[in-house]
Design a protein. Structure first.
Length: 311
């Protein structure tokens, strides 16, 4: 999806209009979304939530002018069967609004927001409350910026650096940050592209075994766990003394064994760092177990890990 130069101010106007209107939509998993929009009464938008939450096609009269006009100026409307459709979604991250990609997220540069985003944000904030002062926080694979934007409420004086290989994600992250009253630095690329030291890093890597290899979703081998291990080790070697990585991800459990945990315990110890690790939800994305990549997997768990470099 291409964003024009006019898209940023237009999206900020749209977000402001939605906030004034009390807009509220919590994004769900793709499987739940598919079930809801398959219902007979969800074939065409009847209200603003249907347009920007459920990504339903709509007649122009459904949106008030202060929402339709910014969406048009941003070039984010497409025609669909005689109706219109928004090319973006807007979800609520607690009290904050976050722009991300419309459903279905099939484009190579899709920017994802799901219940994992909420769990990630909560885990990050809970862990940062233990830390105290943070001078610089790096959000690795930042997507729409949800992690850093949430973290700013806990570490308001931290310099926020967001990196991602997806330039569209960084554009949306800057818009989301600005709407939420924040200034962020964005860096296109992985952690290697980030210069300088940092004392905190957060990450919510892709962790699915995705046959289509979509960047926001595909976590590589280990049933999707490889990217999580690679990001964790890369961050651990870059932390300032006393710094920590806060990692939220998913782990495929095979015959009761958490292979991600085993890999992190082995590799983190070799770096001289400490690891705290726990399951946050024992069973997520159960529908994925029907896919061939998960033929030997019992469940996918949401997990949180904190890696700390000694001071």
């Amino acid at each position: 999806m291409h964003l024009s130069d006019e898209a940023e101010p237009a999206l900020l106007d749209l977000l402001a209009a939605l906030k004034r209107d009390g807009y509220d939509f919590v994004p769900v998993t793709p499987a739940t979304h598919a079930r809801v929009v398959a219902r007979p009464d969800k074939q065409e938008a009847r209200n603003v939530r249907d347009v920007f939450g459920w990504s339903l096609p709509f007649a122009p009269a459904v949106l008030p002018a202060d929402m339709l006009e910014p969406l048009e100026k941003a070039g984010l409307i497409q025609a669909e069967d005689g109706l219109l459709k928004s090319r973006i979604r807007i979800g609520r991250l607690h009290e904050r609004l976050i722009v991300h990609s419309a459903y279905p997220t099939i484009e190579a540069d899709a920017v994802f927001f799901s219940p994992d985003t909420l769990r990630f944000a909560d885990f990050v904030c809970d862990e940062l409350l233990r830390v105290g002062n943070v001078e610089r926080l790096v959000d690795i694979g930042a997507g729409p910026g949800s992690g850093a934007i949430s973290a700013a409420a806990v570490v308001p004086d931290a310099r926020l650096t967001l990196c991602d290989v997806n330039p569209l994600a960084l554009r949306l992250a800057r818009i989301n940050a600005r709407h939420n009253g924040l200034h962020v630095e964005t860096v296109e690329g992985g952690l290697a592209a980030v210069r300088g030291a940092f004392d905190a890093a957060i990450a919510n890597p892709p962790f699915m075994a995705d046959e289509d290899g979509r960047t926001y979703r595909d976590g590589g081998d280990m049933h999707g766990g490889r990217v999580s291990v690679d990001w964790a080790l890369a961050a651990a070697t870059r932390l300032s003394p006393g710094g920590r990585l806060i990692l939220y991800t998913g782990s495929a459990i095979v015959e009761g064994r958490d292979q991600l945990r085993a890999a992190l315990e082995r590799e983190v110890a070799a770096l001289g760092c400490t690891l705290r690790y726990r399951e946050l939800d024992p069973d997520i994305y159960g529908e994925e177990l029907e896919q061939g990549n998960y033929a030997d997997v019992e469940r996918i768990a949401a997990v949180g890990a904190v890696i700390e470099r000694p001071g």
